[in-house]
Design a protein around this ligand. Sequence first.
Ligand SMILES: [Ca+2]
Ligand SMILES: [Ca+2]
Ligand SMILES: [Ca+2]
Length: 220
Amino acid sequence: MPHDAHRPSLRDSRRRAGRFAVALVLALPAAVLATPAHAASSCVVNGVARTGPLIVGTPGADTISCSSVDAVTLVDALAGDDAIVLTGLVDGRVRAGDGIDRVLLTSTAELTDRGDVDGQRDPDRFEISGRTFGTVRGGQDGDRILLLASATMGPRTDIRGARGPDEISAHPSVVVRGLVEGNDDNDVILVGHNAGTVDGGPGTDRCVVLSGNPPLNCNP
Ligand SMILES: [Ca+2]
Ligand SMILES: [Ca+2]
Ligand SMILES: [Ca+2]
């Protein structure tokens, strides 16, 4: 039958198409592997370029700026009153160490949900303008964490004053998502719209929430 005569060639072309699809799928992982998932860590410590996985300051006052901190990198400013400026993706950990530190997360920065920034000992100051989807901890002592107008938060954002009487203050245009928590001691928390959780924690805390979910564990 004439139809039968056509069948083998149709089967052949289908088989060829199938082999091509298999080849394409097999080729994909190699192409994906050839492209790095993210850029390597890139910081400048007191004017000297540094890369991961361990980027350390000195026991004195350092100036550290990072355009990328990958997931396996620890940036540790050590003691001294350090200035840390984060301008790009922060997927790893940043520790300010002892001393009165200043940490800037600029408008071009993104702290991922794995990223972790800790002021550690002494009263530190954080100025946050970027996308903040990970953890920011004031550390010991009375810290000041400021979320400026362009800052954004996500469901896994975790901003904690930790120990000491802290102030966490968000610009009214910032929508709070995730968690803002004062933790121990008498904290002050000032936010605009709360779509997440604002929690004073232990102590006599003063919380001002303009709209959204009411704060927890705060004194009126
Ligand atoms: Ca230092
Ligand atoms: Ca510190
Ligand atoms: Ca508290």
